[in-house]
Design a protein around this ligand. Structure first.
Ligand code: SF4
Length: 171
């Protein structure tokens, strides 16, 4: 067990921990969308509207309502850190940040057909839903036609860099 316990103060919760620096690249590999600075050993992820920042001997959590919530999240993190550490030999460490997608950056690479058959009002609406996982890229039918081969390559590449599952070569 890497992390045995923590001490904390609520407000923006700041917890003192054992040294968890070694596990940060493995946590980064496990959580899509993390910001990670390997040299500085700072990992930040967003969960349920909160920002959680890990440093080797500190975890900071924003937007905590009370002490019970702080304990609940810290216990979950403790479990996550220890499980990741125990399993780290099976995880390829990730030493850089994930690409952060925005609807604007993604929609510019979609076909722009305004076909409305993808559960979005348009490509921008589809990109919004895609980022939060409400739709799948394969629902954009035009993207998977030969006409949009180059755009498809670009969009799938962006999604992959951001940690999303993308369809294989059969597409
Ligand atoms: S199906 Fe694709 S091209 Fe058509 S509106 Fe939706 S995202 Fe845009």
């Amino acid at each position: 067990m890497l992390l045995k316990g923590y001490k904390f103060t609520v407000g923006m919760c700041l917890a003192d921990t054992d040294d968890i620096g070694d596990v940060l690249p493995y946590l980064n590999a496990t959580f899509r969308g993390c910001m990670y600075n390997h040299n500085e050993q700072v990992l930040t992820l967003k969960k349920d509207g909160r920002q959680i920042t890990f440093r080797p001997k500190e975890i900071a959590i924003t937007k905590l309502e009370n002490e019970n919530k702080a304990r609940e999240i810290l216990d979950w993190l403790k479990n996550l850190i220890n499980k990741t550490y125990d399993n780290h030999k099976n995880i390829k460490p990730k030493l850089d940040s994930w690409l952060i997608l925005t609807p604007l950056s993604l929609s510019g690479s979609l076909p722009g057909e305004k076909c409305k058959d993808c559960s979005g009002k348009d490509c921008y609406g589809f990109a919004q839903k895609l980022i939060v996982g409400e739709v799948n890229i394969v629902q954009c039918k035009p993207l998977f036609t030969s006409e949009f081969r180059e755009k498809r390559k670009k969009v799938l590449g962006l999604l992959e860099q951001a940690g999303y599952n993308v369809p294989g070569e059969s597409f």
